[in-house]
Design a binder for this molecule. Structure first.
Ligand code: PMP
Length: 443
């Protein structure tokens, strides 16, 4: 009703200040946009992160620091790592923050080639290519790999960067039910007759796109079963490991390692450097032929300024720590720690009676709130007690499946986690989101 809304109106009227920030529905076309804010209920502007691997953050509106349970800093490499940071500072002095050039015209430093080789070795593929942003890696690579005459079959909960890449490719896009190999098979069967070779069917090529760990669900991909279906119908597999690379697997090599999948069975392995590696950028790892093809044809490689050298150095150093090539066993300790922390936190939340989505070993832990009206209260009360937790709602989730999403880090100590659990438990009682009796097994 307000003049400011200009045709946009909050739906589910009366749902408190959540709607003043996040959810606005343009009745005609369902576009969403935020128009105002509720400063005490959200993270607002972060003044600085502490020198403790991003474990605490300082909000400008609040002088106290918050325990950070919202960052993707899975291995604790973000900010002030004893091995990475000095190397990053050196690279800043040597190469400057930006190459100010595209890869093919002076924007390739020896750090870029070193990281491409290291990523390929780390994820277990013959070659890799870097991009300045994880989001762009999906949205630009998918159209470079497939176009008109091709078919993309995408998990229904794939990230927006995949959705945009698929839509922009010109290929026909079909969606299969989240993490359901049997529905994937149904969709594939509808599109082609079983057993035909790649060349004798209505599609030039078929790519099936999935994620290693789903970012809003905390759930591991059913990768072995998905790959079996792809092989049966001769479709290519594209795996986004944004949340799984570095975070799971005995040596941090992601869901393939965790689930015992041969990386030769995944055609395109995509990942970002913004989570486990504490940096920016993204990669594609694949066969030498695919990477060579992308280097010659992908506009985001040919026309975009290359990845910032200090960001590249951060990833090189982080992978060296993970592989133990820094001369310490910190990498192995971090990997053990994130697994231990994640499994401890998840089981404690379940014992308290919360409905927690996702699988063991996954550091992504959504607590279901359901009713979006509970979001501001949950977020505000946690922040008041100096715990920062990300809350997510429509359009990132279905309208009535709002949730708080906790991300666990190897840098959290047991005391941090216990403090977080105490606050979440109190707030959970206050907001009324303990849907199961305490100590009851998960349904
Ligand atoms: N893929 C997935 C699954 C993601 O969750 C994200 C962002 N969180 C991206 C890609 C984009 O990565 P970035 O934030 O590094 O641009």
């Amino acid at each position: 009703k307000s003049k400011d809304l200009k045709g946009y109106a909050p739906i589910c009227l009366g749902l408190e200040d959540f709607y003043t920030r996040r959810l606005y529905l343009r009745i005609q076309d369902c576009f969403c946009r935020p128009i105002a804010s509720a400063p005490d209920a959200w993270f607002d502007v972060v003044d600085r992160y502490s020198n403790d691997n991003n474990k605490t953050l300082h909000r400008t509106s609040n002088t106290t620091k918050c325990l950070n349970l919202g960052s993707y800093n899975y291995l604790g490499f973000a900010a002030a790592d004893e091995y990475c940071t000095p190397h990053v500072i050196d690279s800043l002095k040597k190469y400057s923050p930006s190459t100010c050039s595209v890869r093919v015209d002076g924007g390739t430093t020896n750090l870029h080639t070193e990281l491409e080789e290291l990523v390929a070795r780390f994820v277990g593929k013959p070659a890799a290519i870097l991009f300045g942003m994880g989001y762009v890696t999906n949205s630009a690579i998918i159209p470079a790999l497939i176009g008109k005459g091709g078919l993309i079959i995408s998990d229904s909960l794939n990230h927006n960067s995949i959705v945009n890449g698929a839509r922009g490719s010109g290929a026909v896009v079909r969606v299969f039910q989240h993490n359901s190999p049997s529905h994937l098979e149904e969709v594939l069967r509808e599109q082609i007759a079983e057993g035909q070779p790649r060349t004798h069917r209505p599609w030039k090529k078929i790519i099936v796109i999935v994620e290693g760990i789903y970012s809003m669900e905390g759930e591991l991909c059913k990768l072995p079963e998905i790959i079996a279906v792809c092989k049966k119908y001769k479709a290519y597999t594209y795996l986004d490991e944004a949340h799984s690379i570095g975070a799971v697997g005995k040596s941090g090599r992601g869901v393939c390692e965790l689930l015992g999948v041969d990386t030769a069975d995944v055609d395109i392995m995509m990942g970002t450097f913004t989570k486990s590696f504490g940096s920016c950028g993204g990669y594609i790892a694949a066969s030498k032929e695919i990477i060579q093809f992308l280097k010659h044809t992908c506009p985001a490689h040919l026309y975009a300024t290359s990845m910032s050298p200090p960001a590249v150095q951060q990833v090189i150093s982080a992978i060296k720590v993970i592989l133990g090539e820094d001369g310490s066993n910190r990498g192995a300790q971090k990997l053990a720690r994130i697994r231990e922390n994640s499994n401890f936190f998840r089981s404690e939340l379940q014992k308290m009676g919360f409905e927690v989505l996702g699988d063991n070993d996954s550091p992504v832990m959504p607590i279901m709130l359901y009713n979006p009206a509970k979001i501001p209260a949950f977020s505000r009360e946690c922040l008041r007690q100096n715990v920062a937790i990300v809350t997510v709602a429509f359009p990132a989730t279905p309208l009535l499946l709002a949730r708080a999403r906790i991300c666990i880090s190897a840098s959290h100590s047991r005391e941090d986690l216990v403090k977080g659990l105490e606050v979440i438990s109190k707030v959970g009682d206050l907001v009324g989101i303990k849907y199961f009796p305490a100590e009851s097994p998960k349904l």
